[in-house]
Design a protein around this ligand. Structure first.
Ligand code: IMP
Length: 427
């Protein structure tokens, strides 16, 4: 009955899709438990590139059941756009399951996301503008619309009316926007009812039964540890629980069922949007990482901020998530540097600090303390075993393994599914 969680150990875009896909053929269920279409997984299979935003990457693996859990916020127009896009490329999406308790992103929440950001000006979060934050806020405010509400028109109408009573005040009086009509919102949501019905189910029960049958369930986090609403660099975070604890609340699987937690960590670091990022580079090294690593947002196309590997961040992620194994991704992007800096600790207001500071002010002041490792120039994309890597690349991996808080069990050396060095089996 293995329930395995995959989490991002940095600020997102660590390459979780690839790791999920790597396990895919041995996994019976892949569950998305948080976030929405703010995520972006890029999976390359036999040279074909698939960019997924909302659908769990297990959708690409024949025989695997992809599940959108209760912790996700769902934009139904995006859901069907993605389903149609995959079907057009010959991918069967009929196995998809969608939780009856997942919340749906209404049009007014997309408008509010963008409007709020614009009004925040310099204090903006840099959200993806997909309505994620406002929809989670509605959930906590008990103003949200759930998938199950679509099947009871009277309830749906009452809930939309209740939500809009408040939203329209905000939209018109604070932001000077036009009011949104109850009927137009209800109509838009109802237009998906027939299409969505076959996918909707009690996913918590489904997964519980799967675990009782000894099937393997993979819970895949959207975003990452440092973007988690509780454990991330608040307020520059997403609005959901992107850490392993969120895997339980966002799916209905109990903590005692989780057998393994895999943390995905890039061999360097990136961040999208605003917020602290101690190892960020503003020079040509940063540009080189961005170009070599293809560091442009899958969802928004925004250029990602790039920097060197940050070991205190990795240790923090190991601790918060209970990481049992790290997958180190994109090691090949570091090929060609003479020496590679690794942040091993911070200097905060003149003092050396070994761990992630608990105070946000301290983290904003944190300056990286680097150690330097010799680089390599050989092409490593064909490596399949640790011993295939040049000695300096092996030493770099060994060093990260020693200082990151958990062992490194797999290493990505290229975008393809097969371009991976497996040190320890992940299941
Ligand atoms: P939101 O999730 O759209 O509300 O955006 C909040 C913050 O999370 C912003 O800094 C986004 O750039 C960031 N974010 C959201 N999703 C992702 C992701 O999949 N990868 C990286 N950053 C993300």
């Amino acid at each position: 009955m293995p329930a395995v969680v995959i989490v991002g150990a940095q600020w997102g875009d660590e390459g979780k899709g690839k790791a999920t896909d790597l396990l895919g053929s041995r996994v019976d269920y892949v569950v998305k438990f948080n976030g929405g279409n703010n995520a972006g997984h890029t999976v390359v299979i036999e040279g074909e590139k698939y960019a997924l935003h909302l659908l769990p990457s297990g959708i690409l693996t024949p025989g695997c059941t992809p599940v959108i859990g209760n912790g996700v916020v769902v934009d139904l127009s995006v859901l069907f756009e993605e389903i149609d896009g995959l079907e057009a490329r010959g991918i069967d999406t009929s196995r998809l399951k969608l939780s009856t308790n997942a919340h749906v992103i209404a049009d007014y929440n997309r408008s509010l996301d963008k409007t709020t950001e614009r009004f925040l000006g310099k204090r903006k979060i840099g959200t993806t503008g997909r309505g994620i934050g406002p929809t989670y806020a509605d959930k906590m405010n008990r103003l949200g619309i759930r998938v199950q509400d679509l099947f009871d028109e009277k309830i749906l109408h009452a809930k939309v009316e209740g939500a809009l009573e408040q939203k329209n005040q905000i939209l018109t009086k604070i932001y000077n926007r036009r009011a949104v009509g109850v009927d137009e919102t209800v109509e838009e949501l109802l237009s998906y009812v027939d299409r969505v019905r076959p996918y909707v189910t009690d996913t918590a029960l489904l997964l519980h039964e799967a675990l009782r049958r000894d099937e393997t369930v993979l819970l895949e986090a959207g975003q990452a540890t440092l973007l988690d609403v509780d454990h991330g660099t608040y307020p520059f975070v997403t609005s959901s629980s992107a850490t392993s604890g969120g895997a339980c609340t966002g799916s209905g699987i109990a903590p005692t069922e989780i057998t393994r937690v895999i943390g995905i960590v890039k061999a360097y670091a990136t961040r999208v949007g605003e917020g602290p990022f101690p190892t960020e580079l503003f020079d040509e090294d940063g540009e080189r990482l961005r170009v070599n690593g293809g560091e442009f947002g899958t969802t928004t196309g925004r250029p990602r901020r790039c920097g060197w590997y940050d070991a205190p961040v990795a240790r923090y992620a190991a601790r918060i998530n209970g990481v049992t194994d790290f997958v180190l991704t994109k090691l090949d992007v570091l090929t060609g540097w003479d020496r590679i800096p690794v942040c091993v600790a911070y200097e905060v207001d003149g003092e050396r600090v070994e761990e992630m500071p608990a105070s946000q002010t301290d983290f904003h002041h944190a300056k990286p303390i680097y150690e330097y490792f010799p680089g390599w120039s050989e092409d490593i994309s064909g490596a399949r075993e640790l011993s295939d890597l040049p000695a300096n690349a092996q030493a770099y991996v060994r060093e990260l393994d020693a200082i990151s808080g958990s062992r490194i069990s797999a290493i990505g050396v290229g975008p393809g599914r097969e371009q991976t060095v497996v040190v320890h089996d992940l299941l």
